[in-house]
Design a binder for this molecule. Structure first.
Ligand SMILES: N[C@@H](CCC(=O)N[C@@H](CS)C(=O)NCC(=O)O)C(=O)O
Length: 268
């Protein structure tokens, strides 16, 4: 096993690159990065159940690889959502990168559907960011990131209307208006209930929405020369607050990957 250790200058974070064997029959040549929480946590209080104890080993998570920089995280908003959850819960994890344009056999054996993210919890591989984040919440409830059910769908139409506008070739087909209407409703919601979806504290809904808004800004800026109107000031503050979080900076995709990742949708 070859190991490259990189010491961050600003924290005690260490990044480890190594090759490993996942199964006895399948040699895996993915690179794996170990992440430790940036902040140390106080010991759990008396009322915290045993299940909130962080895992003794980093959780293994399979994510999309960058297509522009070798051994870097790619542009999957669902992967970033899970990584944000791990970061905000201060859980250690190991990243395994998969080139989605050429999926290796070991990955398809783990998830025949061929989608990322996939995480290993209690010796079981779990796909789908909805299921993964819910499982992490149940297993590691502290700190809690639950969004109350009545708020959990706030902003949930933004992503699909963004894709509709991105793919549109007709400036008068109403797709821009549909996106503006969703963004505007979300801005109004934040004005009344913000700064985050559940008020003062960040929660699961923000960790899902944040990466999608990051893609929206990069991709619409690049392909449509379009920006979120300044008048949506609560939304502007919201994205600024999320994008500048340590957890977000650590887990975000390279803008060039985001641009290339969406190219087939734009040109297709
Ligand atoms: N519903 C899934 C969606 C995951 C998904 O669509 N991931 C994309 C990458 S962003 C993927 O793996 N696509 C497979 C492919 O490109 O072949 C989730 O929330 O995890």
């Amino acid at each position: 096993m070859s190991t490259l250790r990189i010491q961050s200058s600003t924290s005690t974070l260490s990044t480890t690159v190594h090759h490993l064997l996942l199964r006895p029959t399948a040699a895996v040549s993915t690179n794996s990065f170990s992440f430790r929480p940036l902040r140390t946590r106080k010991p759990p209080s008396l009322r915290v159940s045993m299940s909130s104890t962080p895992p003794s080993q980093p959780l293994e998570i399979i994510v999309k690889a960058s297509i522009t920089i070798p051994n870097k995280l790619g542009d999957c908003p669902f992967c970033q959502r899970v990584l944000l959850t791990l970061e905000e819960k201060h859980l250690p994890y190991d990243l395994k990168f998969v080139n989605l344009a050429n999926k290796p056999e070991w990955f398809l054996q783990i998830n025949a559907e061929g989608k990322v993210p996939v995480i290993k919890i209690d010796e079981k591989w779990i796909p789908d960011s909805d299921v993964i984040t819910q499982t992490l919440e149940e297993k590691y409830p502290s700190p809690p990131l639950v969004t109350p059910p009545e708020k959990a769908t706030v902003g949930s139409k933004i992503f699909s209307t963004f894709i509709g506008f991105l793919k549109s070739k007709d400036p008068n087909d109403g797709t821009e208006q549909a996106l503006l209407s969703e963004l505007s409703s979300f801005n109004d919601y934040l004005k009344e209930n913000g700064p985050f979806v559940n008020g003062k504290e960040i929660s699961a809904a923000d960790l899902s929405l944040g990466p999608k808004l990051y893609h929206l800004e990069i991709v619409l800026g690049h392909y449509k020369k379009w920006t979120v109107p300044e008048s949506l000031s609560f939304l502007k503050s919201y994205t600024k607050a999320i994008f500048s979080r340590e957890s977000f900076i650590k887990t975000r995709a390279q803008p060039q990957d985001v641009i290339e990742g969406w190219r087939p949708k734009v040109e297709g």
